[in-house]
Ligand binder design. Structure first.
Ligand code: DGY
Length: 318
């Protein structure tokens, strides 16, 4: 008998067709974001869930899932939306989609850096309102050439960003849980703590996973470590930034500009960022290309397929 899989959000058509060939699937054609209550109701009698980052699958939800559910395959590399420890206790596998979104996300990380440094938000507003005239000092921004890029989290995305940023003439510094091999480091300078990294970061890119340790890692105290007029960008998760402290730092100009693709409590965005012309903000577009979204969903599907066919799965994270 075919496995029953709940796919919580709409996928690209080719992916949904593949899933429908493999399993008895429940699709979400209206792409509604399910409440936790509805998610639990819908899983009754299902063997697995193909979830997305908008599903908050916390301990309470995990413990309310029917025992038939054996796998939650997250359509994302990040899995902070799932309590994977609670899932492990119930013997529910949790998987993610690494690798396939590395390049697309690194591109958006680079876009955030360029957008924040070169005042793209202000420029777009002037151009759209046709209320500008060229002058030698109009919208002067910060040039990347020769500036220092701090990368917080030198995993796949951090390393792909380092490659791109080097081609813009940036000097790469990083902090990671462990130091990389010289081959992976590719000349980047390792810092053993965040104080040391932040103090040399003309520009910072947050590329690390959201964990208890990284929650609010950018806060009132750590913002003081940065050189005055630094730029902070975040392509990972909103949890890493204390928004109140960040907005104050933008207002005081301690931080020159910010580039954000992710937010605490998405899709809500802190009003302070919306009010700041120096905030270059995007709506979580990191992996949003056809090539990458197709590959991500394909991998999320393969993770479930592999799990049920051979009883284990390469991308299991718990
Ligand atoms: C991820 O995979 O974690 C991305 O944020 C999705 O766009």
């Amino acid at each position: 008998m075919k496995k029953k899989i709940l796919i919580t959000r709409k996928l690209l058509r080719a992916n949904e067709e593949r899933a429908a060939k493999l399993w008895d699937v429940k699709l979400n054609l209206n792409d509604e974001v399910y409440s936790q209550k509805k998610l639990i109701e819908l899983t009754q009698g299902f063997d697995g869930i193909l979830s997305s980052l908008t599903d908050k699958i916390d301990e309470k939800v995990i413990n309310s899932l029917p025992s038939s559910v054996k796998i939650i395959s997250n359509f994302a590399v990040g899995f902070g939306n799932i309590d994977h420890e609670a899932a492990k206790k119930r013997n529910i596998a949790v998987t993610n989609t690494p690798d396939v979104l590395t390049d697309a996300t690194a591109e958006i990380a680079m876009l955030l850096i360029l957008g924040a440094c070169r005042r793209a938000n202000e420029g777009i507003n002037y151009a759209r309102n046709e209320n500008w005239k060229w002058s030698a000092d109009f919208l002067i921004g910060k040039q990347l050439t020769g500036s220092r890029l701090g990368i917080l989290g030198m995993g796949r995305i951090g390393r792909a960003l380092a490659k791109l940023a080097k081609s813009f003439g940036m000097e790469i510094h990083y902090r990671n849980r462990s130091r990389l091999s010289p081959k992976l480091e590719m000349g980047a300078k390792y810092h053993k703590d965040i104080k040391s990294l932040f103090s040399v970061s003309d520009v910072l890119s947050i590329c690390c996973p959201a964990t208890k340790e990284t929650k609010d890692i950018i806060n009132k105290e750590t913002l003081e470590y940065f050189p005055s007029g630094a730029i902070i960008t975040n392509v990972a998760r909103g949890d890493m930034i204390d928004d109140e402290a960040m907005v104050q730092a933008l207002i005081s100009r301690k931080i020159y500009a910010i580039g954000l693709d992710v937010y605490k409590g998405e899709p809500k965005i802190h009003q302070g960022y919306l009010n700041q012309p120096t905030a270059f903000i995007l709506p979580h577009l990191g992996s949003a290309t056809k090539k990458t979204r197709t590959a991500m969903a394909d991998l999320a599907i393969s993770n479930i397929d592999e799990f049920f066919r051979i009883g284990k799965c390469r991308n299991r994270i718990n």
